[in-house]
Every structure is written in C-alpha cells, then in structure tokens.
Write a protein that binds this ligand. Sequence first.
Ligand SMILES: *Cc1c(COP(=O)(O)O)cnc(C)c1O
Length: 451
Amino acid sequence: MKARKFTRREVIATTSAGAIGTMINWPLNTLGSGTFAKEKLAVLGGEKVHKGTWPSWPVWDQTAEKEIVDMLRSGRWWRGNGEYVEIFEKKYAELMGAKRCLATASGTTALMTAMETLGVDAGDEVLVSPYTFIATYNAIFFHKALPVFVDTDPETFLMNPAKIDEKITDRTVAIVPVHIYGLPVDMDGVNKVAKAHNLKVIEDACQAWLAEYRGKKTGTLADLGCFSFQNSKHIPAGEGGAILGNDDDVMDRANAIHNCGRPYGKMKPVAGYPYRGGNFRMQQSQALILLSQMKRIIADNDKRLENALYLDKKLKEIPGIIPVKPASGATRAVYHLYPFRYKKEVFNNVPREKFINALVAEGIPATGGYGKQNKDLLFEEAFNSRGYKRLFSEARLKKWRDENSLPGNDQVCDEVVTIYQSNLLASKADMDDIVNAVSKVYENRAELAKS
Ligand SMILES: *Cc1c(COP(=O)(O)O)cnc(C)c1O
C-alpha cells in the first residue's frame, strides 16, 4: 500500500493556523505534501536524500602550532610553571561576563570541585535534572550524597522549577539545573525556590557555552557554573573544564580544593595542609588548545543558531514533528545537539528507533536523546553499598524508589530525536536535506510501518 497522498489543503489543516503565513514561500517538498510519496525510502532500497558529507569535529587551527610546540619543548607543562592556564581563565571569564574563572581537568571535576566548594557533604541530598549526561549524577555520587530528581518539562527538556518544592527535604543542600543541549533553564524560577529554602545552585553548563538567559550567559546565573571542554564540546581540548563565579571567597576556596587543598588568594596561609582537596588542575597544553579553539566559538554559535532556527521553522510544518520550546526567559540557545520531538502516533506508530534508522539511511546522522537514566543500575549499585547504607535510612531509600517516577522525563526520553552540533555548521542546502529526509519518511510512513 502506498502512503496516502496529502493534498495541500489537508496539509494546511494539520498544521497550525499561525504557520500558514510562513508556508507561502516554501517549496511544497518541505510540507509532507506528497513530493516524496513516489520515491522509495533509502532504508527500503531507494536513493538517499543527502549524498554529500558532513563537517567533521573538532577542527584544528594550524596557527596555534608554534606556541604549542614551543611550550612542549620548554618542559613547562603544568600550570605551576606556566602562564597559559591563567591566561585562559582570564579570557574565558571575560568572554562569559563572570568575575572569576577556575580551569579544571574536566567538566566532571569542575562539578565535583563546585559541589565540594559549596559544602555538599556525605548524606546530603542534591536536586538534579534527570535529563543529562551521566557525569552530573556521578559528581553527586562522588560526594556520597543522594541525587534526587526534579521532573523534566516535556516541552523544554529542562528542569521544571514548579516541581522542585515537592522534592525538598531537611537534608537538601543544593540544586543542579542542567542547560542540556545548550538550552537555558528558567533560572529565575530555580533561584527563587533556592533562595526560599537557603539552597546553593550549581549550573551544569557543560553543554552551554555562550547560551543566554534574559541576556546573560548561562553559567553566570547562580552560585557557580560548570563547563566542559571534552572533545565533542563546542570549545574542545580533548579534556578540560571550568568553573565560573562572582564571589571571590567562594572562588578562592574552589581554587584551593582543586589544588590539593592549598590555601589560595585571600585565604589565610597556614602551615601544612589545612583543607581537603584533590588534584583537578588543567595543564598547559589543554589551555593552549582552548585559547585557539575559543577563537571560533562566536561565529560557530551564530551559524548553529541560524540553522537551528531554520530547521525549527521548517520541521514544525511536518505533522508529528515538534521543535523544542524555549523555557521562560531563555534568550539564546547554543545547540550542543539539535533536538526535536517525534510523535510516532502521527507516523503510523513507526517506533522512534525505526524512524531514526530511516533518517540515517537517507544520509542524515540522527540519534535518540538520553535514556531513562533514573532507572539505570547505578542507583541500586550505590544504595546497596556499605557507605550509602550507613548514610541513608531504609525509609529514605524506599521513598526515593517510590518517587522515582518521572512522567515528563519519560516522555522526553521516548520522543526526542537529535542531530549533533557539527551538522549545524553545514550549509542551508544541507539543512534542506534534513527537512526533506524527514518529509520523505513522513510521506512513506505506511511502507516503513509495514517493513
Ligand atoms: C560533558 C558533560 C559533563 C561532563 O564533562 P566531562 O568534561 O566529560 O567530564 C557534565 N554534564 C554535561 C551535561 C555534559 O554534557
């Protein structure tokens, strides 16, 4: 059976009235209107929509080579006898509009240092978004604290501030909102609850370099903000991380903790080691790579944003495809991945994985988003450990299990389809290929469902 051909009128009827104005200048093939109905899906043996390549990531800048080789030959490889980590910290703080920056070995160690700095301790509870990379939870586990999930808003994919209150207990000490995919969280909402309950707020901005909330950069909107420079990120250096903050005492403490507990800045010098800490330092080679990679971030982000908004505008015309909704106050997203929701009920119940496989076959490198990690085994592994059994009562862990139902997050995990950031650095024609491939799958959904 062929996919039923939609007439233009039927297509218009399935899309919102507000969208009609923008549809007028568009080629029909972006509307799921039958342009591809006679074409065979690539996954079923047809020709693929996108035949070219996609931009690779990361992109090396050869002009950085002389300085790096000079530094390597000098043997001044660690921050203690070199200048580059400090130069990077100054430039990053300036770029982000923060008073201070502390560079770290990774995003995970930035989060761990920030939590230690703000006093997250064994037996504490930390409120966190479940829709994130696993490192966010891991940083909490390293403190022998309990990650407690605040459900995700299914339209924004972000922590819903209205759901925070109900998860606060007398052990809650901090909230960790995550600007996932570079989409800014409603930080006024989060900060308001935090203030009312005297909680610290640490932004996980590990995917949000230069995203903006009410015109200010994410990672500068709470007590501390954490960033990652792992190789897949927008400013890559293999590994690397940073903490931003505006309070000198807090940042001095963070610096001490990341450097074996050695007093720093205005902290009173004391003989021996007065504080606990670790070695979470960035090294010179990371800082030099970052200084060169930082040069491209503004232009790259502009291009990603332009292409993401173009995709939003076109994809929303296809029935069953819903672009992400910005949270209240979000003024600029940076798209570590470009996400949209896929409603399988509009695609003859074709499962999302099959839809993604069909897109990949068309030459579009799509993937799903994060899984339902709140059900992953690491929680029971932690709760059954000797340490957690000592720190948390049976009753508390039972309550955690009873409350570990997150319908908003489940929906996001089931529906989200993503396209990686470097694909957004491709041309307009490549964006049209993405739209056309989704359109083609939609129009051939009946064949796909039967295959
Ligand atoms: C990448 C990432 C981290 C961890 O950063 P690493 O540098 O890989 O340790 C934490 N949170 C989020 C949301 C991330 O994307």
